[in-house]
Design a protein. Structure first.
Length: 330
């Protein structure tokens, strides 16, 4: 059996969502090779479109029939036509192209559940993967001060850094300040060997890693050298007022009440603050109250301050992380 016949046989009678639907539309394909690229390996691309818009798809004899609600069918066909343009101009199509076309179509349709974050890495768009993460992104957009509390692996820090970089890229802020408490050293970093960078680097490494995922090395180096991006221990925030800045305090469960107050009063004009932490992983000495636990009652009813609580259902790391969280909770 030649390749053309194989492709035709493979795509014939590929049907999704068996229930009868009313509105129909059809996409005409020029040849089997074009169809094969558009549909993707094992119809992966079609399944992405199907699941995004809840439409019924039937591929048969060079035609792709779409059935479902009129608005969803028309949007799906528009997405497929965009993808077909990519196929015809480049001769290839990646899953990332399909996902981005779906996101663009939803944004154009006013789907408020879609929050894509445009960062510095070319072609990279960060997007929330759970409802909780979507609410987190929306809260950052709408409020000047956001507290995000949840277990490890829920994207608290990563999404905050992505939003900071997006705001910097769009000119909404002029600098980014990332801070973390160095609890293990009691903030007395002078007793550790090396210069200040060597002393604090182990505590701040996760913040460097998040930025490195979203910017090329050249940009990272330039912005760090010019203090457009600052990464520093919490102890070095005292006495500063930060205007036109996006400020992130990570691992905030390890701040004392006094440190939290000191940090929050650094907020300047045209600035945003995001505070992240996991109140189940407090490393403070026995008897010391976590500032992140304390602040929930103190600031809960103040306007333009939002508290977002992520749960184990928002965990997006290795699937074992959720099992580990469950084990410790039990």
């Amino acid at each position: 059996m030649n390749q053309k016949v194989k492709i035709q046989k493979y795509h014939e009678n590929k049907e999704y969502f068996r229930e009868p639907l009313t509105y129909q539309n059809t996409l005409v394909l020029e040849n089997d090779a074009e169809a094969s690229i558009l549909y993707g390996s094992h119809d992966r691309h079609l399944r992405l479109v199907r699941d995004a818009f809840h439409v019924h798809l039937v591929a048969r004899h060079g035609l792709l029939k779409l059935e479902g609600e009129k608005e969803q069918v028309d949007t799906s066909k528009e997405v497929l036509n965009r993808l077909l343009e990519i196929v015809r101009s480049t001769g290839r199509l990646d899953s990332e192209d399909v996902e981005q076309a779906i996101i663009d179509a939803k944004c154009e349709a006013g789907d408020e559940s879609v929050h894509t974050i445009d960062v510095f890495q070319r072609g990279l768009f960060i997007k929330p993967k759970t409802d909780g993460q979507s609410k987190y992104i929306e809260a950052i957009k709408k409020n000047d001060l956001v507290f995000c509390i949840g277990p490890a692996g829920t994207g608290k820090t990563y999404l905050a850094v992505a939003m900071a970089l997006s705001c910097l890229k769009s000119g909404l802020i002029r600098r980014i300040v990332l801070a973390r408490p160095a609890v293990e050293a009691g903030e007395k970093l002078g007793y550790l060997p090396g210069d200040i960078k060597a002393k604090v680097n182990p505590y701040l490494r996760p913040l460097y890693d998040a930025i490195a995922d979203m910017m090329d090395v050249g940009h990272v180096k330039k912005y760090l050298e010019t203090d457009i991006i600052e990464i520093l221990p919490l102890a070095y925030m005292r006495g500063r007022t930060l205007n036109d800045s996006f400020i992130i305090l990570d691992e905030a469960q390890n701040c004392t009440v006094k440190q939290m107050k000191t940090f929050l009063t650094r907020l300047g004009v045209k600035s945003k603050v995001v505070v992240t932490g996991d109140i189940t992983q407090v490393d403070l000495p026995a008897g010391e109250t976590s500032g992140l636990i304390d602040v929930q009652e103190r600031l809960r009813d103040i306007k333009n301050i939002s508290f977002i609580y992520l749960t184990k259902s928002d965990i997006i790391r290795h699937k074992l992380v959720q099992d580990i969280v469950d084990a410790y909770e039990s």
